[in-house]
Design a protein around this ligand. Structure first.
Ligand SMILES: [Zn+2]
Length: 347
């Protein structure tokens, strides 16, 4: 099969497009998928470059988001059959430990992000891929292959952050960093679906236009306006109910400043840096809550997809590229100028 593979860390030049890789062999609880589309995430860059303290298994095929057709099912699989159209939840857990049995799959000690921590040769950027059967869900009929690949991990991550962890409710003011990006563009729609009020932070007029087209009324272009002053004005000096964090170091302090007394900051990442400083008076005196969230369970993805099926949340696609042009996809992601998701299509 064809796939993009690399056998050591480095720049874009380590990505090899090859046509001589074996089709994965499935075990009794797995399914083989003919990939119709995959989508890029920041973990594709981290997998290629390497992350301190995290082992990447070589040879490595990146890719955590995929849509496709079930080609083959293992002997113990009952939830899908060959020919079914699916998308993948790339959050892999053992299904057998105390945490998994309690429904807390993401706290599983054996938790792995598919196409990032798995391997060798186990990810979405290929013609075929295998995953546990419990990690595929039916593709909503109103989504294209491209849309289904684009929405999976962003949707489930946002759902877990805002709905499950932060307890977002109608009327909440939610400040969203990177509102035109892969995560942010879904997060603003999720706010709207819950009758919460998104405040979109962007860094260009082009991105402001994208979120405006999604129906967002409160947009702050951080290149032109001081965020904390604008938030004070928008919230009558009270601050927002929820901050949707993921940049980390570059935004953390502003996030805390913009949060109201008793407000909730929820984060799923740190694309600008893992280490930061903070004034802990905000934690005890203002009684703010800072909570972490990671990916989401397959059940959470199923819950969230109902909002896609009824048209309330739509995928946002930056561009579609052939898999052989993966280097261009990485360049777009690295530029930081990505709006929505970069989708890769098998050649
Ligand atoms: Zn487990």
């Amino acid at each position: 099969m064809k796939a993009v593979v690399f056998d050591h860390h480095g720049g874009i030049e380590v990505l090899q497009y090859r046509d001589d890789l074996p089709i994965p062999e499935i075990s009794p609880n797995e399914v083989l998928i003919e990939i119709k589309a995959s989508a890029l995430n920041y973990n594709d860059l981290w997998g290629r470059e390497g992350v301190p303290g995290l082992e990447i298994i070589f040879p490595h095929i990146n890719g955590t988001d995929a849509s496709g057709i079930i080609k083959e099912v293992g002997s113990e699989v009952t939830n899908v059959k060959p020919g079914d159209e699916i998308l993948v939840n790339g959050a892999l857990s053992c299904g057998m430990c105390r945490q998994c049995l309690g429904g807390d799959d993401i706290s599983c000690p054996n938790f792995l992000v598919w196409g990032f921590q798995t391997g060798p040769n186990d990810g979405a950027q290929a013609d075929y891929a295998k995953v546990p059967a419990v990690n595929v869900v039916p593709k909503p009929a109103n989504l294209s292959w491209e849309g289904a690949a684009a929405i999976g991990s962003a949707l489930v991550t946002d759902w877990r952050m805002l709905v499950v962890k932060a307890g977002m409710k109608a009327g909440d003011l939610v400040m969203i960093w990177g509102a035109a990006g892969g995560l942010g563009s879904i997060a603003v729609q999720l706010c709207q679906a819950f009758n919460a009020i998104p405040i979109a932070i962007v860094n260009s007029e082009e991105k402001a236009e994208l979120v405006s087209n999604l129906g967002v009324k409160h947009i702050i272009n951080r290149e032109k306006e001081r965020i904390s002053r604008k938030i004070q004005k928008l919230t009558d000096r009270e601050g927002v109910d929820i901050v949707f964090e993921h940049p980390g170091n570059a935004t953390w302090e502003t996030s805390i400043h913009c949060l109201k007394w008793g407000g909730t900051l929820v984060t799923c990442g740190a694309t600008t840096g893992f280490k930061t400083t903070m004034d802990i008076r905000f934690l005890w005196n203002k009684q703010q809550r800072y909570i972490g969230s990671h990916f989401g369970t397959t059940a959470e993805l199923m819950d969230a997809l109902k909002f896609v099926e009824n048209g309330m949340i739509k995928p946002v696609i930056n561009c579609e590229l052939p898999l052989s042009d993966i280097a261009e996809g990485h360049r777009i992601m690295e530029s930081g100028d990505v709006m929505g998701k970069v989708v890769m299509l098998p050649d």
